[in-house]
Design a protein around this ligand. Structure first.
Ligand SMILES: Cc1cc2nc3c(=O)[nH]c(=O)nc-3n(C[C@H](O)[C@H](O)[C@H](O)COP(=O)(O)OP(=O)(O)OC[C@H]3O[C@@H](n4cnc5c(N)ncnc54)[C@H](O)[C@@H]3O)c2cc1C
Length: 482
């Protein structure tokens, strides 16, 4: 069966078509389990699993901070979906609408627009909706223009290149104001994404500074802005307080109960009145459900997540299923009623297993299972050999916590292939010096040729239009290095 379902009305096909929207934690793990359990039916054509995903890979997000620090190569942070889901039909594209009443999803692909045939209408019998979340931004002046997110492997690697590039700028400029702004790094949001990203990059930049004749580690200014009175709520209050002490001990300016007010013209203005000219503003202040959810006929909560039951079905919508960051799933282990499971990988992976089993049980007319998992705590890395952990009631800090962080995530990263590659990289980086190079020009591979061919101005080999840009920057972007 082809993914283009024009002409394939649900119920008229011989088998069942399960459409999985999203190729992240929930999407990949659900499809993997369905693929294993439906092996024979998939082979005989009695069933089909279609996965719609914008990228051909699943990203293991907890490794993004280490990828940014250069401890893991970007391609080892992702899992190729075509390889692990080889019995599924993979459609690289984005679901734009879901019309569950008609059991169809409207999907645009890279070819949409080029072939002139318009979006695909994919019919399904069962749908698993797992588009995850996107950065939750606020209408802060300047944020959309200057902010950098930290949710994708592209952003993580872009940020690494950008940080090293700022050190190159600071080293080269004769203007003290440009130098100060280049060496000032502001991170907003004290959850694990923000804290780990800041801690790993600070560690990397401090090490890198030893190779610059005119930059000392003390010249780098790192600021963590957090609106609440604590950081890393995932590891509990005691370990969160320890993490603040550890970061402040490294001269990182941790500002609690503080918000970013504006960041226009590359100046971060905080609610405590302080102002920091900066060329790096990383926004990790929470997530909101993927925009796709608003383009469905399915029930949403006030916060925009899909309203789900404990069996991971969408409420009152037979044949629609959801889990992960996009789903509001009742937390059956919570002491107060009405609590939802938190948006994290711990729940996403476990929910995917129950979800896949329930989809199959529903197709076969068997009873469904409820999702129940008590949060077991979390581990966080604070840079090389530093970390905090609060897992199964045990609190660890420093090197043991960091080791636990690595061991835990190594055990969790999907596929043996990835585990072996990540372990090899860690082992090699223990034997050799850290990589300190910025490959920002990889983001613009045609720039050199365009200059040579006379398509741009500037001198090949020197920074000019189309070269030396940071994350999200374009030649006309106000963030352009100059
Ligand atoms: C930097 C970072 C570090 C983290 N560290 C941890 C940690 O240590 N521990 C932990 O428990 N959690 C951690 N998390 C959170 C965890 O990664 C998420 O909770 C988890 O990925 C949620 O899984 P998901 O399947 O719901 O979404 P995702 O894994 O984000 O997958 C969603 C997928 O859907 C795709 N998609 C989106 N829109 C569409 C569309 N319209 N059509 C088709 N596909 C679409 C996306 O491209 C993506 O591939 C971290 C997150 C980040 C960003």
């Amino acid at each position: 069966m082809a993914p283009d379902s024009r002409g394939t009305t649900p119920g008229t096909r011989p088998g069942v078509r399960i459409l999985v929207v999203g190729g992240g934690y929930v999407g990949m793990y659900t499809a993997l389990r369905l693929q294993r359990k439906l092996k024979q039916r998939l082979k005989s054509g009695d069933a089909e699993i279609v996965v719609v995903t914008p990228e051909p890979y699943m990203t293991y997000q907890p490794f993004l901070p280490e990828a940014a620090a250069g401890s893991i190569s970007p391609r080892h942070v992702v899992v190729p979906l075509r390889r692990v889901l080889n019995d599924c039909t993979i459609v690289i594209g984005e679901a734009r609408r879901i019309d569950h009443a008609k059991r169809t999803a409207t999907v645009t692909t890279l070819a949409t627009g080029e072939d002139g045939t318009g979006a695909l209408e994919i019919a399904y019998d069962e749908i698993v909706i797992a588009p995850g979340s996107v950065s939750r931004t606020l209408p802060i002046p300047g944020l959309a223009e200057f902010g950098i997110g930290f949710k994708t492997v592209e952003e993580a690697i872009g940020l690494r290149n950008h940080v090293i590039e700022q050190m190159d700028i600071a080293s080269a400029t004769r203007d003290p104001a440009i130098r100060d702004a280049a060496l000032t790094f502001v991170f907003v949001g004290g959850g694990y994404a923000g804290v780990e990203a800041l801690a790993e990059l600070e560690d990397m930049a401090r090490y890198t500074a030893r190779y610059y004749h005119n930059i000392k580690p003390a010249d780098l200014k790192w600021i963590l802005v957090e609106a609440s009175g604590r950081i890393l709520p995932e590891v509990g209050e005691t370990m969160g307080t320890y993490a603040i002490g550890e970061l402040r001990g490294r001269n990182i300016d941790v500002r609690l109960d503080t918000r970013l007010d504006t960041c226009e013209d590359r100046v971060a203005v905080l609610s405590d009145g302080s102002r920091f000219p900066t060329r790096t503003l990383v926004w990790t202040a929470g997530v909101k459900p993927a925009p796709l959810l608003a383009a469905t006929d399915l029930p949403l909560t006030e916060r925009g997540r899909l309203r789900c039951t404990a069996t991971l079905g969408v409420e009152d919508m037979p044949h629609a299923w959801a889990a992960g960051d996009a789903a509001a799933v009742p937390d059956l282990t919570a002491s107060e009623p009405g609590r939802e499971t938190a948006p994290n990988a711990q729940h996403a992976v476990r929910q995917a297993k129950v979800l896949a089993d329930n989809v199959l049980a529903s197709v076969d007319g068997r009873p469904l299972k409820e999702y129940r998992h008590a949060y077991v705590g979390s581990v966080a890395s604070l840079g090389l050999h530093k970390g905090v952990a609060h897992v199964y009631g045990r609190k660890l800090k420093g090197y043991p916590a960091w080791l636990m962080h690595r061991t835990y995530h190594l055990s969790r990263v999907p596929t043996f292939n990835r585990k072996a590659r990540v372990l090899a990289e860690w082992t090699l980086s223990g034997l050799f010096k850290r990589e300190i190079v910025s490959l920002g020009s990889l983001e613009h591979p045609r720039a050199e040729f365009e200059l040579a061919a006379g398509g741009g101005s500037g001198t090949p080999g020197l920074p000019g239009p189309g070269r030396q840009k940071g994350p999200g920057e374009s030649p006309d972007d106000p963030r352009k290095d100059s």
